[in-house]
Design a protein around this ligand. Structure first.
Ligand SMILES: Nc1nc(=O)c2c([nH]1)NC[C@@H]1CN(c3ccc(C(=O)N[C@@H](CCC(=O)O)C(=O)O)cc3)CN21
Ligand SMILES: O=c1ccn([C@H]2C[C@H](O)[C@@H](COP(=O)(O)O)O2)c(=O)[nH]1
Length: 317
């Protein structure tokens, strides 16, 4: 087993053996542990898991969306990235303007009721088309509130001033590498209620030693089967980009989690994945000298990614 897949399988295995059942906001139910840490040494390759297929395009376009300070799903949909649809859709169907079929609790109902699921799929398709084609509609209902991108790039301070945390942290790494204050936080308590979902990957810190840049993330809540493979690759990609920007080598991505859970309806999928062996990890090339603020999805190249097939599982909304 390669080291990357191994530490991830260790977490799955730990939750399978020690995780206790816990109800959760989505009504799905989870097996959960509190407090877990994984470490990925990026000199060994790029941690895109190989025991199931993980879609790099979804990860890279979401990260570019954060870096641009964008909070509207239109950008994601332009790349056919559908991972945030449900949370924008929820705001739409709960709004005064929505007068279509009742979509209460659509996430869970779509799993249980086939007739409802087909009505839901129709409504979702109409919603996506409108986000892509209708500017006013998209401004109003495509926006997820002041989520990651807004806080990273345009945190509003007490006097209304804009704070660009990402730009500041990169400047500080370059000019004062030994600082212990290289921090970006998406957790803005004053704005949580504007957000479609309070930040899960909430807070990260950089660390420089011997020409190597490391990053540690605190993730308050971790959907270990669907979210975590994305989060690992996303922060590793961010680390590679910031390291390049600062002319440093990429060191370790340290992933610290609070409530690390497997949803009850992912257990079968997890057990299937746990039976698989890994391939050698891929590597990642950035084929451009553009700054992190200008980089495009097309500038990334995943080299040598061999994986087992997808394992489908429903997302808890
Ligand atoms: N319950 C939950 N888990 C999450 O991981 C999560 C949320 N909610 N809400 C916000 C974002 C959205 N994220 C998501 C959403 C969907 C997938 C997902 O379904 N992944 C599939 C393939 C997706 C596709 O093909 O479009 C996978 O197999 O990885 C992953 C991460 C991560 N976050
Ligand atoms: O990047 C992400 C975003 C979300 N998640 C998961 C973690 C939880 O399962 C849900 C959020 O629900 P809360 O009730 O707000 O904790 O989304 C993730 O793993 N990674």
């Amino acid at each position: 087993m390669n080291n990357f897949d191994k530490v991830y399988h260790d977490l799955l295995g730990r939750i399978r053996s020690e995780g206790t059942f816990k109800d959760d906001r989505t009504g799905t139910g989870t097996y959960s542990v509190f407090g877990h840490q994984m470490r990925f040494d990026l000199s060994e390759g790029f941690p895109l898991l190989t025991t199931k297929k993980v879609l790099f395009k979804m990860i890279a376009t979401e990260l570019i969306w954060f870096i641009r300070g964008d909070t509207n799903i239109r950008f994601l949909l332009e790349y056919d990235n559908n991972i945030w649809n449900e949370w924008a859709f929820k705001k739409w169907v709960e709004s005064e303007e929505y007068d279509g079929p009742d979509m209460t609790d659509f996430g869970r109902r779509a799993l249980k009721d086939e007739d409802f699921n087909s009505i839901y799929q129709d409504e979702m398709k109409k919603f996506k088309d409108r986000i892509l084609t209708d500017d006013d509609f998209s401004r109003k209902y495509g926006d997820l509130g002041n989520v990651y991108g807004k806080q990273w790039r345009d945190w509003i301070g007490p006097d209304g001033e804009s704070i660009d945390q990402l730009k500041n942290v990169i400047e500080a790494i370059k000019t004062n590498p030994d600082s212990r204050r290289h921090i970006v936080t998406a957790w803005n308590p004053a704005e949580i209620d504007t957000m479609a979902l309070p930040p899960c990957h909430s807070f990260f810190q950089f660390y420089v030693k011997d020409g190597r840049l490391s990053l540690q993330l605190y993730q308050r809540s971790a959907d270990v089967f669907l979210g975590v493979p994305f989060n690992i690759a996303s922060y590793s990609l961010l680390l590679l980009m910031v390291a390049k920007e600062c002319s440093l080598e990429a060191g370790d991505f340290v992933h610290t989690m609070g409530d690390a859970h497997i949803y009850a309806n992912h257990i079968e999928a997890v057990d299937k994945q746990l039976e698989r062996n890994s391939f050698a990890p891929p590597s990642l090339k950035i084929n451009s000298d553009a700054s992190i603020f200008e980089i495009d999805y097309e500038d990334f190249e995943v080299v040598g990614y061999e994986s087992h097939p997808y394992i489908k599982a429903p997302i808890a909304v």
